[in-house]
Structure formats: structure tokens, C-alpha cells
Design a protein around this ligand. Structure first.
Ligand code: ZN
Length: 284
């Protein structure tokens, strides 16, 4: 079933024109989004050495499990990543304060069917698994990421992707709900652009989102913690440490301000941006 994916990719850029409410930038005409981090769980006492290359192996810290929302009031509701919900993950990782990502978005007034798009930063279980909780969303994933990890029959090519998640994403692709992105620096939606090079997985991506405060960078796991960014340390789980560092440097050039780079698992997101609260941070 290779052909449908190719067909979807071919119409990749053609489908993005649409109207938007909300602020519009004078230069590009692209909408300005509101960006939120939404915390749906905590995993306690995670080894820091699994996040930051070379970290002291005795260090442990709680990590935040998040999805990120970019929305234009009256327009699109775009998630970066979808979290997890299948029992096997919940049972294995025993997250604290867990709430299904599809329910956690009620804290910003959304229902699952309100989500129009999901940018899949990479295929790890804690970012991809929840994709099928959002019945109307279109998935945006790098073609190289998809084809590296999922075969033409919809099976996992490696243990990096969970087999159930591979089947789920392939099923969404057959239903016409997956857009494969052709590489680096692609504006997938007006005001939202994705970038490769972070090398957390084969073709992991991060995104910039235009806001009134300037471009927000949603790093996902291409930078796990503020410590990666601020101490210039590659992530511990990367296929290419140098490429990861270059990607983090690039995030710094792309962001409207250093504070607008949002790392993938740092609980400090919710103290640096304490409002509106209840596990929701408005990035600005
Ligand atoms: Zn993660």
C-alpha cells in the first residue's frame, strides 16, 4: 500500500491555503498563533543521564510529559505531538498525575475533535501513541521518518517504534490522514514551519510557530531540557550528537527570543511560564 502515501505527499503543499481569524503579520500574511504547553503527566525520578549527554549518572529528576498547542482563535488547533494512552505504556511507566492528552486539552477549552492537525515530531511512543485519540486531525510527519520506521505493510521496521503505534499510524495513512513532509524547512501551514537535523530519531523534526512575541520554537525531544540549550549539551539519545548541537544552535537563531524555545520534557516550562496554570503554560 505504498501508493496512497506518495499521493498524499504530492498534494502536501497545495492543501494549506485557507482563511484564518486572529492577528495577521504584516510581512508574510501568516496568522499569529497562541502557543501553549499542556502537561498531561509526570514521570518521576528519570535518570538525567538519559536526557543530557555526559550527565552525572546519580542525578534523577521528574520530567514533564507534554503536548503543545498552537491555535488561532476561530481557526486551526494544531498540536505538536499527541502523548500516550495505551494501557501497556501507562502500566509500564506508572506516570503521576496522568490525564489522557485528549482530555487534558479541555484545560484550554478544546475537545478532541477540535484538533485540526498534529505535527508528529518523531515516532517514539510518548509522542505518537495518542494520535488516534483525535478523530479529525491530520498528521504531519517527515516522509523519511515514516518510511524509515514503518514498512509498506504497516509494520514496525525496528523496535524504536512501538508495533501498535506503527499499525495505528499506517491505518491513519490509509485513511488519508497522514501528510508526509519532504525534508527540512517546510512551511506546512501558514506561520508554522518544520525543521530536521535534531537527530533524536532518523528524521525527527522541530517546529517554529509565529506569535505576537516572535517565533516560538517547539523543540520536542530534539532538546529535552533547558539544560541542553543553556549548557550546550547534546541530548543523550541521539543518532548524531554534532547534528543535534547544530540543530539546537539553529533553534537559537530561529526563535524570536531565547526564552521562546520550548524543550521537550522540562517541568520548568510551567514555572517560567506559570500562567494560565493547572498544568498549562502560555508561551510568550
Ligand atoms: Zn519524549
Amino acid at each position: 500500500m505504498r501508493w496512497p502515501l506518495s499521493a498524499f505527499a504530492a498534494i502536501l503543499v497545495a492543501v494549506v491555503a485557507c482563511t484564518h481569524a486572529g492577528t495577521v503579520s504584516a510581512s508574510s500574511g501568516a496568522p499569529h498563533y497562541e502557543v501553549f504547553a499542556i502537561r498531561y503527566a509526570t514521570i518521576e525520578r528519570f535518570p538525567t543521564s538519559g536526557l543530557i549527554a555526559g550527565a552525572d549518572t546519580s542525578r534523577r529528576q521528574d520530567i514533564a510529559m507534554m503536548v503543545w498547542l498552537a491555535r488561532v482563535p476561530g481557526g486551526r488547533n494544531v498540536l505538536m505531538d499527541a502523548g500516550f494512552y495505551r494501557d501497556k505504556f501507562v502500566n509500564r511507566w506508572k506516570p503521576k498525575d496522568y490525564e489522557r492528552p485528549s482530555l487534558a486539552i479541555a484545560r484550554v477549552g478544546l475537545k478532541p475533535e477540535d484538533v485540526t492537525d498534529i505535527i508528529v515530531s518523531h515516532i517514539h511512543w510518548d509522542h505518537l501513541d495518542g494520535a488516534d485519540l483525535f478523530p479529525r486531525a491530520r498528521m504531519w510527519i517527515q516522509r523519511d521518518e515514516y518510511e524509515h520506521y514503518i514498512d509498506s505493510a504497516g509494520r514496525a521496521r525496528s523496535t524504536t517504534i512501538d508495533s501498535a503505534d506503527a499499525t495505528m499510524l499506517a491505518t491513519l495513512a490509509r485513511a488519508g490522514r497522514v501528510q508526509l513532509i519532504a525534508g527540512d524547512s517546510v512551511e506546512i501551514l501558514p506561520g508554522i514551519r518544520v525543521y530536521t537535523g535534531g537527530k533524536h530519531t532518523f528524521a525527527s523534526q522541530f517546529a517554529t510557530v509565529e506569535t505576537d512575541a516572535g517565533a516560538v520554537v517547539l523543540a520536542s525531544d530534539n532538546a529535552y531540557l533547558y539544560e541542553n540549550l543553556e549548557r550546550h549539551r547534546p541530548i543523550a539519545q541521539t543518532l548524531d550528537s554534532l547534528s543535534n548541537l547544530r540543530a539546537q544552535e539553529r533553534m537559537g537563531r530561529l526563535a524570536g527570543a531565547p526564552r521562546l524555545i520550548v524543550p521537550g520534557h522540562d517541568p520548568a516550562v510551567f514555572t517560567r511560564f506559570p500562567l494560565p496554570g493547572s498544568g498549562v503554560a502560555r508561551i510568550r
